[in-house]
Design a protein around this ligand. Structure first.
Ligand SMILES: [Zn+2]
Ligand SMILES: [Zn+2]
Length: 139
């Protein structure tokens, strides 16, 4: 997504596209790395003068509130953010800390005996060791 499109996207969702907000959203959609607020701050602090952690937190809260991002509590000690608001699950690697997306299709949810249920907020997460870390171990 280009920054101009991000501006439109934010506007369409009732968020005034201020520069800092556009930068944070751009970070989320381009990196797709499910960052913590801290990670976003460290990345953008050199790019935006006078950026504070509070601004990052406020921006992320606003995004979640307006439905353009999701806050993921995969671990109880940290919140991670995702601009992909489609239905999907997360796998967190306990070795590298990376968070991977996986699809959560209708059939799987029906397997979970949730057929004909209305699902509003699905935080579906699995923890383990990713294939990249497993490969590194066997070498
Ligand atoms: Zn890993
Ligand atoms: Zn995700």
């Amino acid at each position: 997504m280009q920054e101009i499109t991000i501006k439109d996207y934010l506007s369409e969702n009732g968020i005034r596209p201020m520069n800092k907000r556009v930068k944070v959203m751009n970070y989320l959609v381009s990196k797709r790395n499910h960052p913590t607020a801290e990670m976003i701050y460290l990345e953008l602090v050199n790019e935006i003068t006078g950026l504070s952690k509070t601004t990052i937190y406020n921006t992320l809260n606003l995004f979640v509130q307006e439905g353009v991002a999701r806050a993921l509590n995969i671990d109880s000690n940290e919140l991670r953010y995702d601009a992909d608001i489609s239905q999907h699950g997360h796998f967190k690697c306990k070795e590298c800390g990376e968070v991977f997306d996986f699809s959560l299709n209708k059939e799987l949810l029906e397997d979970l005996r949730l057929k004909n249920f209305v699902l509003d907020d699905y935080q579906f997460s699995i923890k383990g060791v990713c294939s990249i870390c497993l490969k590194g171990k066997s070498v």
